[in-house]
Design a protein. Sequence first.
Length: 216
Amino acid sequence: MDSEKRLVAEAAAELVEDGMAVGLGTGSTVAFLIPALAARGFREIRCVATSPATEAAAREQGVAVEPFEGLDHLDIAIDGADQVSPEGWLIKGGGGALLREKIVAEAAGRFVVIVDSGKAVPKLTRALPLELRRFGLPACVRRLSAHGELTIRGWPPSPDGGLIADLEIDLAVPAPISAMLDADPGVAGHGLFEPRITSDVLIGRGTEVENRAISG
C-alpha cells in the first residue's frame, strides 16, 4: 500500500499554502507527507507535531516544528487513520499518540485524513486505542473491562507518559461508546474520532485519490 500512501500524502501536501499553521500527524502515511511538504520549499509555514517521531522526521527533512504552546489555532492538520467508516468515524492511535492527535485535529480549521484503500472499511472493527491515566488505574481497568476485553500495552507510553491500552468492543454504533469513554475520568483520551472533527478523507485507490467530504 506504500504507493497509495505516497499518492494521498502528496495530494494532501498540495492543500498546504505558505504562511499556514499546520498540524502534522503520526504514522506510516504521514511519513510520506513530510518529504512531500519539504519538497514544496515553504518559507513561512509553522508546524506542530503530534509525536516526537514526527517532530524528528520533520526536522530531518528541514521542516520547522515548534511547540504547540505558541499557537492557538491551526489552519490545517493532516493525519492518517487506522480505519475510516462510510459515515466518517475514525479509529486512530495505533501508534500511541491518539490524545495529541485529537487535540491537534480539534484545533484545526480543516482536518484532512489520508489513508490507503485498506483503511476505508464498511464498519469499524479494530481494537480501540486508549490513553489511560496512571492514578486509579485498577479502578479504571475494572470499569472498562465491563464493556470489553482490555489489554494494556507494555511499552512505549504515550508522548505525554500515559499508558496505552486497546479495548476490544463492539463499535457498530460508535457514538455511545465515544460518550462513555469521554465520561470516564480515568481515560485521558480515546481513538474514536467523531465525523464532525474531519473535513475531508483522501483515500488512495490504485493510481487515483478519492476525496470523501465529511458532513458530520
